[in-house]
Ligand binder design. Structure first.
Ligand code: THU
Length: 165
């Protein structure tokens, strides 16, 4: 077999490809996305928890769509910042995402999206970036597939093909 030249793969150790490398955000894009999520976070409606969360999606065509958490006196109706952003994006005709930044004040840690939000993100792809950030702009980078491994994803499920009986 012919010797091939070295190829950088990554950034993850779980099967990342050159295609994934091309999707990586520049430092400037990351900063802009975190800033957008921080702006959105100021609008959080969270009179019950007082826990403000902001989210900003970067679409494949380069637009930024934000969301914040919106709470309700009927607590279970609360909508997280991530889902607000995704619903807003879809309503604007956007379904292809490169990344999402999610910001909250978590001390030395980073906000971990709830299970419902993880499932909402995976609806729109496994292989895109998630920046979990704090108001002082420290961030941890991960991906949707790492947040929700072995997920129930449209990529694996074919509905309505095989009907028994
Ligand atoms: N929250 C989000 O908006 N996103 C998260 O990733 C974690 C939790 C909101 C929901 C609720 O308004 C508040 O934070 C406290 O749980």
């Amino acid at each position: 077999m012919a010797q091939s030249s070295p190829q950088q793969v990554g950034p993850s150790s779980c099967g990342a490809t050159i295609a994934e490398m091309e999707k990586i955000l520049t430092d400037e894009e990351v900063e802009r996305l975190i800033d957008a999520s921080l702006d959105a976070r100021r609008n959080a409606y969270c009179p019950y928890s007082k826990f403000q969360v902001g989210a900003a999606l970067l679409t494949k065509d380069g637009s930024t769509i934000t969301g914040c958490n919106v709470e309700n006196i009927s607590y279970g109706l609360t909508i997280c910042a991530e889902r607000t952003a995704v619903c807003r994006a879809v309503a604007e005709g956007q379904r292809k995402f490169r990344a999402i930044a999610i910001t909250a004040e978590m001390g030395t840690r980073f906000v971990g999206p709830c299970g419902a939000c993880r499932q909402t993100l995976v609806e729109f792809g496994l292989d895109w970036e998630v920046y979990l950030a704090t108001p002082d702009k420290r961030y941890m980078k991960t991906t949707v597939s790492r947040l929700i491994p072995d997920s129930f994803s449209p990529e694996w499920v074919t509905l309505g093909e095989r009907q028994e009986g």
